[in-house]
Design a protein around this ligand. Structure first.
Ligand code: B12
Length: 257
């Protein structure tokens, strides 16, 4: 199946001057969809003419499924991009994921939900893989896919949550699925990586415990090193670690260093 994954372009202004960073979620999803033709577009690279970039990739790649990722402050843009996709080809299936769709799946407006076909709530690698497998069946059984919300006629079904993934089992991110590069931190080409997921604390300003509960999971060191080597081979000279709390387990952090 041809799958196009889009990260929304909105950034906080001060970040734009110092860095342009890629989205790790989408290349991780791509890496865990073996056997599929996946393209990832970080829309931050195409400002200000996002519409043209999206229409161009739709016309050349002709995806069967488009995935859209957004934080809360990017959600309006997600809806506008979804409209561009719907207008281009109403037959393309659309799935939203990331923090806002995950946390707000039951509270999105009817109008918003009409634009989308699926929402993947929480960690996406396994859920998206199973959704894609169902879409390839003659008679898809979406009710089987934990962590998925989906449109059923006029209303939405919200399946049970998916248990957290075993990080030892995740395949490496596929950064070569990116349509374009050009990410930087100050004057260095940069990329993003992770050494753990989750944070056991309950800070009021942070949404992460709503996604992972108060848990903390480590990636195996061998996997972290393989990922960093792959990043280096691709030419990046700086890495931004996106961990939710990278110093929570000091021993693990020391070993990573
Ligand atoms: C790294 C990070 C940043 C980096 C981003 C660099 C980059 N491009 O990666 C920096 C420092 C720039 C940053 C800044 C901000 N961030 Co920030 N950041 C994070 C952090 C720590 C990790 C995100 C990450 O990459 N995780 C790793 C990936 C693999 O996981 P993931 O994104 O969750 O993706 C998984 C699922 O969500 C899902 N998924 C995601 N997208 C999709 C799409 C589809 C189609 C599917 C199927 C599934 C799916 O599957 C993925 C794989 O399992 C989180 C979490 C935290 N603890 O604070 C906050 C977090 C995302 N940030 C947040 C915020 C608010 C911001 C700022 C707006 C803060 C501010 N006021 O300035 C800015 C704005 C960013 C910008 N774009 O300008 C909030 C978002 C809350 C919300 N409800 O939207 C978070 C959750 C922290 C919090 N306070 O709660 N951030």
């Amino acid at each position: 199946m041809r799958i196009l994954l889009l990260a929304m372009p909105d950034t906080v202004d001060f970040i734009d001057n110092a860095a342009r960073s890629p989205n790790l979620a989408l290349v991780s999803l791509a890496g865990n969809l073996p056997g599929h033709d996946v393209k990832v577009m970080d829309l931050v690279l195409y400002k200000p003419d996002i519409r043209r970039a999206v229409e161009k990739v739709l016309a050349t790649f002709r995806p069967h499924l488009v995935g859209l990722s957004a934080m809360t402050f990017q959600y309006d843009t997600l809806l506008r991009v979804a409209q561009v996709v719907r207008r281009f080809d109403p037959g393309i299936k659309m799935v939203a994921g990331g923090y806002h769709p995950s946390l707000m799946a039951r509270e999105l407006s009817e109008e918003d939900l009409r634009l989308l076909d699926f929402i993947v709530r929480g960690e996406g690698e396994a859920t998206l893989g199973e959704l894609v497998a169902e879409l390839e069946h003659a008679q898809p059984g979406f009710s089987r896919v934990a962590g998925l919300s989906y449109r059923q006629g006029a209303h939405w079904e919200h399946n049970a949550h998916r248990p957290l993934l075993d990080l030892d089992q995740l395949l490496l991110p596929r950064r070569d699925s990116r349509v374009d590069e050009g990410f930087f931190f100050l004057d260095m080409p940069m990329d993003v990586a992770e050494t753990s997921r989750g944070c056991p604390f309950n800070c009021k300003f942070c949404s992460i415990n709503r996604i992972y509960g108060n848990t903390y999971r480590r990636f195996p060191l061998s996997r972290i090193i393989a990922d960093l080597k792959a990043i280096r081979r691709r030419g990046a000279r700086s890495v931004f670690f996106v961990d939710d709390n990278i110093t929570y387990d000091i021993d693990h952090f020391r070993q990573v260093c």
